[in-house]
Design a protein around this ligand. Structure first.
Ligand SMILES: Cc1cc2nc3c(=O)[nH]c(=O)nc-3n(C[C@H](O)[C@H](O)[C@H](O)COP(=O)(O)O)c2cc1C
Length: 440
């Protein structure tokens, strides 16, 4: 989103991080945006409204402001704005947004705003991890045209360390600039992450039409996709139920972000958009060979394929005859594609693995991440009804190798599992890869 000329309503609620909103306001103005401010009463205890009024050159909308002079500010301000930004958002206002309570300027504007609403939560780690806040944030994310920003782990204003930190003002500006902007028939601006929704798959850019301003322009990603087939004889094989839908969502999302996308794909039902370069293989050994050959050209590798761990030691050259007697198949392990690619990884490459676990999934995934040496592992647990193989919704979390648990710094931090679309999952991998490449 280009912020130049944008009208932004900034809602400030009563958290210690409210002072950062002053800097945010200035940064938005520097980008050419016009900003107005509304505040909760608690927020005025942290920053004087006069500061915001002076910076924005406009009276601040306050609960006990000059109501007679401007009786409809709760409607006029959101209507004036192209987008509404709540920074910081307290646990209290988040609860009000979710439950439709509108008894202060910030929650009133949230309710009457029909444009995109961006929420930046900030609070103490214990508050952030409380069941109520977790549930409310999840619900808020499901509201139409409402975008909840990350509250990363870090040193909090209260002196503790953990999740709940407000993004820095510059990060918030970057977050907004990364959003894609479109208008619907009502002329309302809709903003969303530069993600490819499944309906966009047909309209993704052709290879020679990639927008050079996209963050992944000039970068290459190699994705493994689908399942493998391990031959028993010329007509039979060992395989699994992977449909390839996740890999298609990942390929489409990397494409939508400007990457050059190649896949090494086993058998699968889902189809890739036209601009994706596809190498077809059947067995895990074929995939291993193709990945190790092609990875030197890639900046990012995503190991999404459901690769068989074992293959028949001997594949019969003729169809095995039905003798109605017991048949014992001897299996041997397939090569570990993730580990072997990590062994060849250059320092400037990013590798994301996948783990599908059905039990003790967090422990297993942490162990797999450690053993593999990948930069991150997407833990995918098809434990909920209607999620997993062949479905569009999945239960997942992205575990970053360099994140550390606040309580035990020796352990990798495993974020909570969440339900989301395969596009949501894909977007998280793309965002992670872009950040990692930026800091490589
Ligand atoms: C010093 C201090 C710092 C606070 N910081 C936060 C905070 O960072 N996040 C939060 O959700 N609440 C914080 N609170 C609690 C809120 O101020 C309190 O819930 C208040 O009712 C929020 O009002 P509001 O949501 O209408 O702004 C803090 C309270 C105090 C006294």
């Amino acid at each position: 989103m280009n912020l130049a000329g944008k009208k932004i309503l900034l809602g400030v609620s009563g958290g210690i991080a409210a002072y950062k909103s002053c800097e945010l306001l200035r940064l938005l103005q520097k980008k050419g945006a016009e900003v107005r401010v509304c505040m909760t009463e608690a927020a005025t205890q942290f920053v004087a409204p006069l500061t915001f009024a002076s910076l924005s050159k406009c009276p601040v909308y306050l609960k006990n402001g000059a109501i007679e002079a401007r009786p409809f500010q709760h409607i006029d301000f959101p209507r004036w704005a192209d987008l509404y930004l709540v920074v910081p958002a307290t646990a209290n206002v988040i609860g009000k947004f979710v439950y439709g309570i509108a008894d202060d300027p910030v929650s009133l504007c949230f309710m009457s705003c029909t444009g995109p609403r961006f929420i930046a939560p900030a609070m103490n780690v214990a508050m952030f991890n409380s069941p109520a806040v977790k549930r409310n944030l999840e619900t808020l994310r499901s509201f139409e045209n409402t975008f909840v920003m990350d509250s990363p782990a870090g040193e909090l204003a209260c002196g503790e360390v953990g999740k709940g930190r407000l993004l820095d003002p510059a990060e918030i500006v970057e977050y907004l600039e990364k959003r894609r902007e479109t208008k619907d028939e009502r002329g309302v601006i809709l903003s969303e992450a530069p993600r490819a929704k499944s309906k966009d798959l047909q309209t993704l850019p052709a290879e020679n039409e990639v927008d050079p301003t996209l963050p992944g322009y000039g970068k290459k990603v190699l994705i493994t996709a689908g399942r493998t087939e391990e031959a028993i004889d010329p007509v039979r094989y060992i395989s699994n139920r992977s449909s390839g839908k996740t890999a298609v969502a990942i390929a489409a999302t990397f494409l939508a972000n400007g990457f050059d996308v190649s896949v090494v794909a086993g058998p699968m039902e889902a189809e890739f958009p036209g601009a994706v370069h596809v190498t077809r293989i059947k067995s895990a050994c074929d995939m291993h060979k193709a990945v190790l050959e092609q990875m030197k050209n890639a900046d990012v590798l995503v190991h999404c394929a459901a690769v068989a761990d074992y293959r028949p030691k001997v594949a019969a050259t003729e169809k095995i005859k039905d003798s109605r007697s017991q048949l014992i198949l001897e299996l041997e392990p397939n090569p570990n594609i993730l580990r072997d690619s990590v062994a060849q990884k250059r320092a400037d490459q990013v590798i994301v693995g996948f783990a599908l676990e059905t039990d003790h999934f967090k422990e297993h995934a942490a162990e797999k991440l450690k053993k593999s040496g990948a930069d991150a592992l997407l833990l995918n647990a098809p434990v909920a009804a209607n999620s997993g193989f062949g479905f569009d919704e999945v239960r997942y979390t992205l575990i970053r190798a360099n994140s550390r648990n606040a309580q035990n710094a020796g352990e990798v931090e495993i974020p909570e599992m969440k339900m989301g679309s395969k596009i949501d999952l894909a977007q998280e991998i793309v965002d992670f890869s872009l950040d990692k490449l930026k800091n490589a």
